[in-house]
Design a protein around this ligand. Sequence first.
Ligand SMILES: C[S@@+](CC[C@H](N)C(=O)[O-])C[C@H]1O[C@@H](n2cnc3c(N)ncnc32)[C@H](O)[C@@H]1O
Length: 264
Amino acid sequence: MANTPKSFGRKSIRATMTPSSLMDEVPDLAGVWQARVITLFPDAFPGVLGESLTGRALQDGKWQLHTHNLRDFGLTKHKNVDDTPSGGGAGMVLRADVVGPAIEAANAHSKGRVPVVYMSPRGVPFTQKMAQSWARCDGVTILCGRFEGVDERVLEHYNVMEVSLGDFVMTGGEIAAQAMIDATVRLLPGVLGNADSAVEESHSNGLLEHPQYTRPATWNGRDVPQVLMSGNHAKIEQWRQEMSENLTQTRRPDLWAKRTKPEK
Ligand SMILES: C[S@@+](CC[C@H](N)C(=O)[O-])C[C@H]1O[C@@H](n2cnc3c(N)ncnc32)[C@H](O)[C@@H]1O
């Protein structure tokens, strides 16, 4: 159906639900965190978001996912979405008069505080802090680029923030969108089984996480560190904190510097 977002959210739990049946069209649920993705490839969703914790939370209506197919906003009978770059050069650029109406359509569904972001290798790097801030909003609208990207004017007009998954270039924004939605959804209330895991894990407190071990106690001649088998919780806590600090100092001196010298 033209210009109708595909919704992956659910109103209630049904034991037989599979990720593909999350594609049923369901209305937005009031008070539920909404992810909207503007993409040329709506079939790439829910993708990995339909699995495990995020998939279960989607089925349980703890968050909702909608795609807006950029092709529906295409021009002429061929539904063209792109054109050659002004000034010449390689590739194609997504047109402002296609992306603009798609953003308008997504915004028309948004209620409350919903940042509009563009997946872009030029953007500010995505961080745990950003995931925490998006999780406190009512949702997020994500524009996925393709080709050489989108016409700059549309980003300026809608005050769209550019966000990067890292210093590398992918063919489209869909993988980045799934990564960022995943990192955000797991912070929503009730999504993680054990809320403490989100507090203790890497990047939540400016440190990388300590090493983890499980059974067997000895594997290939390597033992689980003795302190973890001691049952002494104070000692275990101290060991974990020290490991966490050592790892951060050696692997990520940039994070360590930020932690010891708070930003002005
Ligand atoms: C081939 S890239 C375009 C790269 C663009 N010409 C440039 O040099 O900045 C196509 C699309 O993939 C997405 N993309 C590529 N790398 C990304 C990254 N590191 N983070 C987020 N999105 C990315 C963006 O949506 C981008 O519009």
